[in-house]
Ligand binder design. Structure first.
Ligand SMILES: Cc1cc2nc3c(=O)[nH]c(=O)nc-3n(C[C@H](O)[C@H](O)[C@H](O)COP(=O)(O)OP(=O)(O)OC[C@H]3O[C@@H](n4cnc5c(N)ncnc54)[C@H](O)[C@@H]3O)c2cc1C
Length: 538
């Protein structure tokens, strides 16, 4: 297989939001010679791969974009509050073209291994197209939610119909008209896809393992006056989201849910419910994530809404979340999700009540001793989040050590951006950074800026390697785990807790900074200002 064997200053893996920005920054600010490898056939990452019906962002679009192209912030007009996948992909293609990014990108190329050469202090990177290149810096922009998870279902290979995973949907879509369709899973993706598929399918059967707390998206056109005001104050918007808790223009209600009157609480709940989006999740009473009784009040409000919306009380009971606190799993945004279960052509099969999926047969799915027949099965079963795409890179650090060996009990990083024993490796939005617990472009830009600054300073100082110390890493891991143990998050079998994948060591994957993404940014900046405290430079 023909491939290159060149030397670059930096190799970046992935061409989504992170890889695009990293390239732009290293190439155009620092003048580095960069190669980006991407396994897809164009830019976009998440927005290239996730083409299922109903796929859209659920961060408000005005802050779900790059903030470094100030002119584009003014010129680009989103068609709705949460644009659909094709529109976000169009935006990212436009950015790639506008900044001539593709000339440094190689598509349809998967990085299959990389090792740090201790004699030259360079990374050697290998691809499935036969490239064997070297680079001083290796930057992973592989995404947190890019490794598809299809649980092992016995008999899947015998299924006579079509099946696919939501993040590997065929281009051009699937025509569900007149078909008997199964959706397996009820996470954020399924909550977007189910109402859309139900409109086409003859019969839709949803297989639910865990009921979710869904809150209304309230998508639609944004008032032109609001758009104008935001554009007039984009610098203010950017400043606020960067200093915020979760990367949104939200803050907690600075009271306990337990200290206010029932009337006041209901008024606040109604206000957040009516605002739609993540307000109910991320701008609720400040003790919601910490105190079970406060959380119960929020959960109870949503449960009442579910019972009111779903007409059949038996189905409503199946849809009522049980056994974990509200907000401790990724918040799905609902557009007609609960209403969809009032349709005659929609059936809900709940693992606890009706019995779990036992196997896939030639004709469909067997669950609870009963066989359900299908033409198409859609797996909305999520991702091997955060650590999955990094482990798949087969990285070898000092002494040939792999991430698999180092992460047997869960991820071990320093600041979520570096790993001890892996010099000059930077993991954008890596495990133990705020990442998926934030509006991600904010966290992506913070990491890209920090890495760019770090490389610039290393070059100025004539340093060739930077590497987290084992001691700093140990302290960071302990800190990440200590913070989360003070919240209700560890009580949920969520993908945040690595619990969606059989055999994955139970560990909290992101970092919930007590001072939010603003505090995390300050912490990273302090580390840099103190001469890269916790790192060894050589
Ligand atoms: C359906 C869905 C909706 C989402 N909605 C939101 C939202 O509303 N708000 C929000 O903040 N976040 C959302 N996210 C999270 C989203 O992933 C991030 O917002 C953002 O797109 C991440 O960008 P990225 O570049 O870091 O990673 P990605 O977009 O995942 O890109 C990573 C790229 O790396 C490539 N890659 C991985 N491994 C290799 C390899 N070995 N070799 C070559 N290439 C490789 C992949 O092909 C992929 O293209 C959503 C995620 C999903 C799945």
């Amino acid at each position: 297989m023909a491939g290159t064997n060149k030397t670059f200053d930096a190799v970046v893996i992935g061409a989504g939001f992170s890889g695009m920005h990293m390239l732009k920054s290293l190439r155009d600010k620092l003048g580095l010679n960069v190669r980006v490898y991407e396994s897809g056939d164009t830019v976009g990452g998440t927005w290239y791969w996730n083409r299922y019906p109903g796929a859209r962002c659920d961060s408000d679009a005005y802050i779900y974009c790059f903030t470094w192209d100030k002119q584009l912030l003014q010129d680009w007009n989103w068609t709705e509050r949460y644009p659909e996948q094709p529109e976000i992909l169009r935006y990212l293609e436009h950015v790639a073209e506008r900044h001539d990014l593709k000339r440094n990108m190689q598509f349809n190329t998967r990085v299959i291994g990389a090792e740090f050469d201790e004699t030259t202090d360079m990374w050697r990177v290998h691809t499935d197209k036969g490239d064997d290149v070297t680079a001083r810096y290796l930057i992973t922009a592989v995404g947190s939610l890019s490794t598809t998870n299809i649980p092992h279902f016995e008999g899947l290979e015998t299924f006579q119909g079509k099946w696919c995973h939501t993040s590997r949907f065929p281009r051009g879509g699937i025509d569900f008209t007149g078909k008997r369709v199964a959706v397996v899973g009820t996470g954020a993706t399924a909550v977007q896809a189910i109402p859309e598929i139900a409109q086409q399918a003859k019969q839709l059967t949803v297989f639910q393992r865990t009921a979710n707390y869904c809150v209304p998206a309230r998508n639609g056109k944004v008032d032109p006056e609001v758009v104008r005001a935001r554009k007039a104050d984009y610098d203010g918007v950017i400043d606020r989201i960067r200093k915020s808790f979760f990367g949104f223009e939200y803050g907690f209600i600075e009271k306990s849910a337990l200290e206010v009157t029932t009337e006041e609480r209901e008024r606040e709940f109604d206000r957040m419910w009516d605002a739609g989006g993540f307000a109910f999740w991320l701008a609720n009473y400040q003790d919601m994530f910490f105190i079970q009784e406060a959380n119960d009040l929020c959960a109870d409000y949503i449960k009442r809404k579910i019972r009111k919306t779903v007409k059949d009380p038996v189905v409503a009971e199946k849809l009522i979340p049980k056994g974990y606190a509200y907000g401790t799993k990724r918040q799905p945004l609902d557009t007609n999700y609960y209403e969809t279960f009032n349709k005659d052509n929609v059936l809900l099969v709940d693992a606890t009540i009706d019995g779990p999926i036992e196997r896939i047969s030639g004709r469909g799915i067997q669950a609870g001793g009963k066989e359900y027949e299908f033409d198409i099965i859609v797996f909305a079963t999520g991702f091997d989040a955060m650590t999955g795409p990094l482990k798949a890179l087969n990285l070898k650090g000092r002494g040939g050590r792999t991430l698999d060996e180092q992460w047997v009990h869960g991820p071990q990083t320093y600041l979520g951006i570096s790993v001890a024993g892996f010099p000059n490796l930077f993991t954008l939005t890596g495990p133990q950074s705020p990442s998926v617990l934030s509006n991600m472009p904010v966290s992506i830009e913070q990491h890209v800026e920090w890495v760019t600054d770090c490389i610039a300073k290393m070059r100025e100082a004539g340093k060739t390697t930077i590497e987290a110390t084992g001691e700093a890493q140990e302290k960071w891991v302990a800190h990440v785990n200590e913070v989360v143990s003070g919240t209700l998050m560890p009580g949920a079998n969520s993908w945040y807790m690595s619990a969606n994948i059989a055999g994955k060591p139970r560990a909290f994957l992101p970092y919930l900074c007590p001072e939010g993404v603003g505090g995390y940014r300050r912490k990273c900046d302090e580390v840099a200002a103190n001469g890269y405290e916790g790192f060894a430079l050589a």
